[in-house]
Structures are given as structure tokens and as C-alpha cells.
Design a protein around this ligand. Structure first.
Ligand code: GLA
Length: 728
């Protein structure tokens, strides 16, 4: 049993693999006090752990003082706790207060699905769930907190459902999914920041007094900040010390914040961003908030990383390709942009097929009047000027080459210059009377409306059924602004952003259910919606529009902080690189892309003979190494965010029988005969490993204590990839 309720002390103890999480019903009224989250404890009584209050009588006299300092399990607004709250509402009289007190609980094996939302899953053998019901005695509002403990991982998944069992409607103003009060003040916050073509840069800063937060109010999880934070003990490193990870399984607006309060203790919260949020909850209705994945590590940040990787690979990513080798793809975007026809695409595909490439993806520009990025979005039927005879001749031609065929869509968007917009201008998100705020000359369709999702899905269903499509790239290229829906009443307009995300999930669910053979890849101008919510529907995501191998080092390292390499799409493109102008060796581009889902995004007909000759070997290596890359343990061997003249990482098989080490020299250093040496991690100390391609056999201990010698050519941007095989 990983979850225990001790009746005598009214303590809940949740034990994951090496982690304990505890809280307690504090008084007769049912105040829920948070007690502990950290390394495993055998105690079942939290009485000594919960922060002390002077005496029970003081609780009556000083309720507001105590509420403002006690660690709470699910704090709400305007009852005396002035710190950031997890929950807030306005009742029908316009008041804010709500006291969520213990009502009941249930403990059961397995994990329930969250209605309409993506979530991690697990069998009755994998996990156990606590359903804790809190209730406000005045309004009849219930908060049902779900805690699922994964027994073999240091993971607790938390979410909350709000139910109105009262007599009057209320307006939810703040429903965060997790709040944790730490009895410690020595924590740093690690978060990710970025922008288009420079996603997921990691930063670590001490948590100071006041509020620190990352957030999105852009309608998508965004590339500016990420729905993630790790709280690291000041003395924790990548390999040692305590780390607490928070990652939100949601693809819309979020906040991830900490507050260091008056006594120096830290509260951490995560959930839907209260900005652009409001929800009218009428009697009998409920509101389900998405889940937060809490990971505890006492093996530093890298321990947290490996736990997220294991969880997402086993308990989040689904479908035919969840555990299967993905086909090596070639995408025509950087090859042709909008300038293509059937002949050009078949020319690229046939040369690609000869090199062993397995999937051809036709990107943007094949539908409606889409001859540039100014028109056509919304018209999901083939443009016969581009592809005479439709998709079938192209798809058949690609299949005849022995390749799979895939295509690009951007279902959530509309151009004003489209048949769809001309017929349904009210289907775009907008505030009546206010000028459209365009981005890439496009508007966002109101996916909060079922008829809009039905219509778009109907068109796309027809295209996907018309021929043998085995891959879809679902793009989303702008943020949500001018938040207005023609279908929502004034008192529900603030529900639009969340309802929009639910509409996206609904359509992704339909698509993956109706076309299980399709490999779905999400994308949002690159990585602007790379989040666990999307990974529930698509096993891989386009990580960034920046395909430069050197820029990708940071982008992929930041993304791999919690997402498995099997989800990180990485392609080789031409040089000078289209985003940075940088010229890197073809082999370096290959080594960097090899540690993701591998592919090409270039006009293969324009490669040199030498470059072309390298492709069959790269494809062969991908087939050899991908099973290791996508199932093994990932170790960072360097922190590129603090020192970026080189980078290195490795993947070790779960049974420690082999490892793949990648080293990239960014800036060459002067000096004669100096080769870099890098200390490895995760090997078996007393086993011996052969360095493939050489006669050298060395102990795991030596490789970890002294290091692997890297054979490198001179020059900037050169790389090496080393395969180690354990000797029998
Ligand atoms: C976005 C994507 C690109 C490409 C273009 C097409 O920018 O991230 O990969 O598909 O759209 O318009």
C-alpha cells in the first residue's frame, strides 16, 4: 500500500519509490495542514511534523494569524491566508471567501482519467489514488483533490475537480492544481525561458522574498516560458541533492510560481493562469482542472530528469508509435517553402528513398488558395493547381518508392482570405467592433464551439480518408488575442481560453481514435506548445523551427530536462542554416539530430555527393541506436547554459550494457595535441566497456572517474559520437 490514512492521528501518508508526501487533518473543523514532501519517511503520524500552533484554543482566537502562517494543502482566498492561493471564487452575493475543510476521502488502486483532459495513466499494479474531498460549509462548494502515487517512480500526480453542490451559481476565479508549502527557505528555482527559434533555455535563480513566477497568458503553453519549474536545494547539483519538479499536463495558459513568505518559508503553486480565466459554475456542475506532475529527486536535477522521462514514456505517450521505432522522415518545408508541385516533391522523395529515408512529409501549401502565408487557412481541400489530380497521385507515387506519406495541417487557424472565413466570419476569435489583431496574417478559430471543431474535423477527416496518409504534422502558428467568442454569454467570455484548449484536445482525440495508424506530430511555430498535454496525443513534437545544430544544443538540452528524447523531433537541414546562417559539418548535424527522433528537412537534390553519401550510414545508425536513445537513461555531462564552448551528454541502457556518448565542440581552443576528456556517468563501475571501432577496453570506473578521451578534428562545431559496449 503506498497510501495510508492513519485514523488515530488523521494523517495521510503517500509513499512513492523513495519519496514521502504527508498531510493531516488538523482540527475538528477539518483544516488541512500540509506536513512534508521529501525523502522517504517510515512515520505514519504527521503530528510532530506539521508546523506547531501554540494551542488549540489559540486557533479560535487567532484563526487569521494561523491561517496566514500554517502550511496548507489547498489554500483558498480571503479567509486569512494572504499568501498566493490555489483557489478563489466570487459567490452569488459578490463575496470572495471560501473555506475548504475535510469532508471525506477514498483510497483505491489505479488512476482515473480526467474528463476531457490529457493525463498520465497507470494500471492498478502501477499506482494508487487518494481522492480527498474538501467542502465549504457555507456555499456547498466541494474540491475533490486527486493524488496518484506511482509506486516504482518518485511521482505524485495531483489534480482537482470543483463541484457546486450549493444552491446558487458561483464564479471560479482561480483554480490551481497543486500548492505545496515547504518548511524550508533554501531553494532555487529552475525554469525555462525563450522565444521563437530559441526555445527552452534553463535558468537557475535563488527564491527571494516576494513572488517569482513563469507563466503564459498566450492561449498556448508558449515558447516564452514553460509549464515547468524545479525547486533545487541551494546545495543540490545536477547529480546530488534534493530537487522538486513541477510539470503541468496542459497546453494553454498556466502559472508556475513561488512565494517566500514573511517567515522565509516557501509556497509553490502551479495551475491554469488566473489571467484570462473565469468559470461560471452553476449548481450541479463541476470543473475539472488539469494535473500537475510532482517529482522528487534526491539525486539532483538529473534524477528528476530521468524520472520524468520514465513516467512520460510509460504512462503518458500512447498509440502505435509510443514504443515503436519512428520512420526516418524528410520534410519539404526548408527545401521548397511554398514553391512546389507534385513533380518537385516526387523528385525529392525518390532521391530520399534511395538513401533509405522512410517517410516523406509534405508541409504547408498544398490546400485551398495557400500559395503564401497570407491566404487559404481554413480551406482543407487539395489545391489542384499545386497537386493536379489531388493527393492520391502524390501519395501513391511516394508509396511506390517504398516510403510512407504524411502531410501538414493547421486546423485551428483561418485567413480572412479563405472560403471558410467568407462563409463564417463569426467563427474567428474576436471582440466585436475591435480591429482584428493578426499574426502571420491569420486569425484563430473559435475552438470553444463544437460546430467549428466538427466542421474543421469533417474536412480534415475527408482528406485523411482520401488516400494512404500515415503521418500528420499538426501546427499552430499564433497566440490568442482579442479574446471574444460569438457563442459565449457575457458572463462566460472568460471561459474562452480554457474551452479553446478543450476543443483542441477533443479534435486531437478524434483524430488519433479514428486514424490509429497515423503518427501524429504536434508543432507550434516550432516548440511553442511542447508540453505533456500534447504528448498525450502525439508521441513526438517539432522542437523548434531552428534547425541549426549548435542552436539546437541548448534547445534540446532544455527540452530534455523533462521530456524523453523519443519525443524531441530533430532534423538535419542545409547550411548556411536558414535561421542562423551558421555553417556546421554534416556529421555534427547528424550527431545532434540522432539524439531525438531523426529526420531531414532539406532539398536532398541540392546536397553534395559527399553529403549524400553520408545519409545511408546515418539512417543505419539511427536504426541501431534509436532503441537505446529512446529507452535508456539520459545523463548531461556538461551544463551548456552556464558554459557554452562545448557540450556533451550520454544515454546508458537500463541494463548498463551499452551507452552512446555525444560530444560537440562549439569553439575550438588553441594548443597542440589537446583532446578533450569527459567524465561519464551511469555505467557499471566494475564492468569493462569496449569503445566501438577501437581495440580499447576500459573499466566503467575509469570512464566515470577519469574520463573518456574524445577524438576530435580541429575546428569549430565538430563532434564525436562514441558507442560503448559492455564486455561479456
Ligand atoms: C511553422 C512550423 C514550420 C512550418 C511552417 C509552415 O512555422 O513550425 O515547421 O511547418 O509553419 O508554414
Amino acid at each position: 500500500m503506498s497510501i495510508i490514512f492513519q485514523e488515530s492521528t488523521r494523517t495521510f501518508r503517500l509513499n512513492a519509490k523513495n519519496t514521502t508526501y504527508m498531510f493531516k487533518i488538523l482540527d475538528d473543523e477539518g483544516f488541512m495542514a500540509h506536513a512534508y514532501w521529501g525523502k522517504k519517511l517510515s512515520d505514519t503520524d504527521a503530528s510532530y511534523i506539521v508546523r506547531r500552533i501554540p494551542s488549540p484554543s489559540v486557533m479560535e482566537r487567532e484563526r487569521a494569524t494561523i491561517l496566514d502562517t500554517m502550511p496548507q494543502e489547498f489554500p483558498s482566498e480571503d479567509v486569512g491566508d494572504f499568501r498566493e492561493a490555489a483557489f478563489g471564487l466570487l459567490d452569488s452575493e459578490g463575496h470572495e471567501g471560501c473555506s475548504l475543510l475535510y469532508d471525506s476521502h477514498a483510497i483505491y488502486p489505479g488512476k482515473p482519467a480526467l474528463s476531457g483532459l490529457p493525463a498520465t495513466f497507470g494500471s492498478e499494479k502501477d499506482c494508487e489514488t487518494l481522492e480527498l474531498t474538501l467542502k465549504d460549509p457555507v456555499l456547498g462548494i466541494k474540491a475533490i483533490l486527486l493524488y496518484t502515487v506511482f509506486e516504482d517512480l518518485d511521482v505524485i500526480a495531483r489534480s482537482v475537480r470543483i463541484v457546486n453542490e450549493g444552491k446558487a451559481p458561483v464564479r471560479l476565479t482561480r483554480v490551481l492544481s497543486a500548492s505545496v508549502d515547504f518548511d524550508r527557505e533554501d531553494l532555487d528555482m529552475v525554469s525555462l525561458w525563450g522565444g521563437w527559434a530559441r526555445e527552452n533555455n534553463a535558468q537557475r535563480v535563488p527564491i527571494q522574498h516576494g513572488i517569482q513566477k513563469v507563466e503564459s497568458a498566450r492561449g498556448e503553453s508558449s515558447n516564452t516560458y514553460h509549464p515547468f519549474m524545479a525547486l533545487m536545494a541551494h546545495d543540490a547539483t545536477d547529480d546530488f541533492g534534493e530537487v522538486y519538479g513541477f510539470n503541468f499536463v496542459y497546453s494553454g495558459n498556466f502559472i508556475a510560481e513561488t512565494q517566500k513568505e514573511q517567515h522565509g518559508y516557501i509556497r509553490a503553486l502551479m495551475g491554469i493562469n488566473p489571467q484570462h480565466f473565469g468559470w461560471k459554475l452553476v449548481p450541479g456542475d463541476s470543473f475539472q482542472a488539469p494535473e500537475v506532475i510532482l517529482v522528487h529527486s534526491s539525486e539532483g536535477l538529473s534524477g528528476m530528469t530521468r524520472t520524468y522521462h520514465d513516467l512520460y514514456r510509460q504512462h503518458l505517450v500512447r498509440g502505435k508509435y509510443a514504443h515503436a521505432l519512428r520512420p526516418v522522415l524528410i520534410n519539404n518545408w526548408e527545401a521548397t517553402y511554398f514553391d512546389f508541385n507534385t513533380e518537385k516533391l516526387l523528385e525529392i522523395a525518390s532521391l530520399a528513398a534511395k538513401q533509405g529515408i522512410e517517410l516523406f512529409v509534405m508541409d504547408d501549401g498544398w490546400f485551398g488558395s495557400r500559395r503564401s502565408d497570407n491566404a487559404g487557412l481554413g480551406d482543407w481541400y487539395v489545391c489542384e493547381d499545386v497537386l493536379p489530380g489531388g493527393l492520391k497521385p502524390l501519395a501513391d507515387g511516394i508509396n511506390a518508392l517504398g516510403m510512407k506519406f504524411g502531410l501538414w495541417i493547421e486546423p485551428e487557424m483561418v485567413n480572412e482570405d479563405s472560403d471558410l472565413y467568407r462563409a463564417h466570419p463569426d467563427w474567428a476569435i474576436q471582440i466585436p467592433g475591435r480591429k482584428h489583431s493578426r499574426k502571420r496574417n491569420q486569425l484563430v478559430l473559435d475552438f470553444s464551439r463544437k460546430e467549428v471543431v466538427d466542421y474543421i474535423y469533417g474536412m480534415i477527416h475527408k482528406v485523411l480518408s482520401s488516400t494512404n496518409v500515415e503521418y500528420v504534422k499538426w501546427d499552430m502558428n499564433r497566440t490568442l488575442t482579442n479574446l471574444g467568442s460569438y457563442a459565449l454569454d457575457a458572463d462566460r467570455q472568460q471561459e474562452l481560453s480554457h474551452r479553446y484548449v478543450l476543443g483542441v484536445y477533443d479534435m486531437q482525440n478524434r483524430l488519433t481514435t479514428d486514424f490509429p495508424q497515423i503518427l501524429l506530430e504536434n508543432c507550434s511555430s516550432g516548440g511553442a506548445r511542447f508540453d505533456p498535454g500534447m504528448l498525450y496525443y502525439s508521441p513526438q513534437i517539432w522542437t523548434s523551427d531552428n534547425t541549426d545544430a549548435i542552436a539546437r544544443l541548448k534547445i534540446q538540452a532544455g527540452t530534455a530536462l523533462m521530456y524523453p528524447l523519443s519525443t524531441i523531433d530533430a532534423n538535419i537541414s542545409i547550411v548556411p542554416n536558414h535561421q542562423t546562417g551558421r555553417i556546421t559539418p554534416f556529421t555534427t548535424r547528424g550527431d545532434v539530430a540522432m539524439c531525438g527522433t531523426f529526420g531531414y528537412q532539406l532539398d536532398i537534390t541540392k546536397l553534395t555527393e559527399e553529403e549524400l553519401s553520408l545519409i545511408p550510414k546515418q539512417v543505419e545508425n539511427y536504426h541501431r541506436f534509436n532503441p537505446l536513445v529512446t529507452t535508456g537513461d539520459y545523463y548531461r555531462l556538461h551544463d551548456i547554459f552556464t558554459q557554452d564552448s562545448w557540450d556533451s551528454w550520454m544515454i546508458v541502457a537500463k541494463d548498463r550494457s551499452e551507452a552512446l556518448v555525444t560530444y560537440v565542440q562549439i569553439l575550438a581552443q588553441g594548443g597542440d595535441m589537446i583532446f578533450p576528456k569527459v567524465r561519464l556517468k551511469g555505467l557499471e563501475a566494475d564492468s569493462f566497456y569496449r569503445i566501438e571501432g577501437t581495440d580499447t577496453v576500459v573499466s566503467g570506473q575509469l570512464l566515470m572517474q577519469s574520463g573518456l578521451q574524445i577524438d576530435l578534428k580541429r575546428g569549430d562545431y565538430v563532434s564525436a559520437s562514441v558507442h560503448l559496449i559492455r564486455e561479456a
